[in-house]
Design a protein around this ligand. Structure first.
Ligand SMILES: [Zn+2]
Length: 242
């Protein structure tokens, strides 16, 4: 057990939403750290966070895939956009791990613009890009750059908030007010992806696999995130090869 993280997470949960501890909760399994026990609420999302490694729903989807495929990224060349905290903790001491964000932070060791990546072609074994592209105005350029810096045979992971009821991605008209875009797409998002998202990845050259998780895994490890536009929150992981 990671006592420091555990204490921090319980303290935060107790301050922000003490009422959650009055409710009985079943034991959940974290796909990243292996913790089994009570998960903690985050805002309106019940049992969203693992108290042992701070993982959220979308982190555990990635964790489940890595675990199921016995992938160990610890010593690989990895470009990770806006890293999820539990993975940053696991990988930060690897000199070939680039934790990129728009600015240096506690969980970022490099400034990287996804539409203009400062690394040469065929540099990384893995590129990890979860819930980034919905914030990027030129998302096609972001996808092209991820493809370019990935080694042939390398793997890129993508996920976005995806509205399964929509066949095509919706891009707001140029004159739509920002507040209206935010109401429709969610905070700081610039479009609403539909079922054509994997086609966009394929269009830049990736071989795309769409990974779905079972309801049983989803429930056991709390993998489902509720989105404003989609109460059922069906997250998908897209595994892309070059
Ligand atoms: Zn965990």
């Amino acid at each position: 057990m990671n006592i420091n993280v555990f204490a921090q997470e319980y303290l935060r949960a107790a301050v922000r939403k003490p009422s959650q501890f009055l409710q009985a909760r079943p034991a959940r399994l974290c796909t990243i750290c292996g913790y089994e026990g009570r998960f903690l609420d985050v805002g309106p999302r019940p049992e969203a966070r693992c108290p042992n490694c701070s993982s959220k729903e979308r982190d555990r989807i990635m964790g489940l895939y890595l675990r199921a495929n016995r992938l160990n990224l610890t010593d690989k060349a990895v470009l990770h956009f806006s890293p999820e905290r539990p993975f940053f903790r696991l990988w930060k001491d690897n000199p070939r791990y680039v934790a990129g964000d728009v600015k240096i932070s506690k969980v970022a060791n490099a400034v990287v613009d996804i539409t203009n990546i400062q690394f040469e072609d065929d540099h990384f074994d893995y590129v990890i890009c979860h819930h980034i592209l919905e914030h990027v105005p030129d998302d096609a350029q972001g996808m092209r750059e991820c493809f370019r810096v990935l080694k042939p045979g390398g793997t890129a992971f993508f996920s976005v908030p995806l509205d399964q009821s929509r066949a095509e991605t919706w891009e707001p008209p140029a004159d739509m007010p920002a507040a209206e875009i935010e109401r429709i797409c969610g905070w700081d998002h610039v479009r609403l992806y539909g079922r054509d998202f994997p086609d966009k990845l394929a269009a830049v050259g990736f071989d795309v696999d769409e990974i779905r998780f079972s309801t049983e895994d989803g429930d056991r490890s709390r993998l489902t995130e509720k989105h404003a536009f989609e109460p059922q929150g069906l997250d998908r992981l897209f595994v892309c090869r070059k």
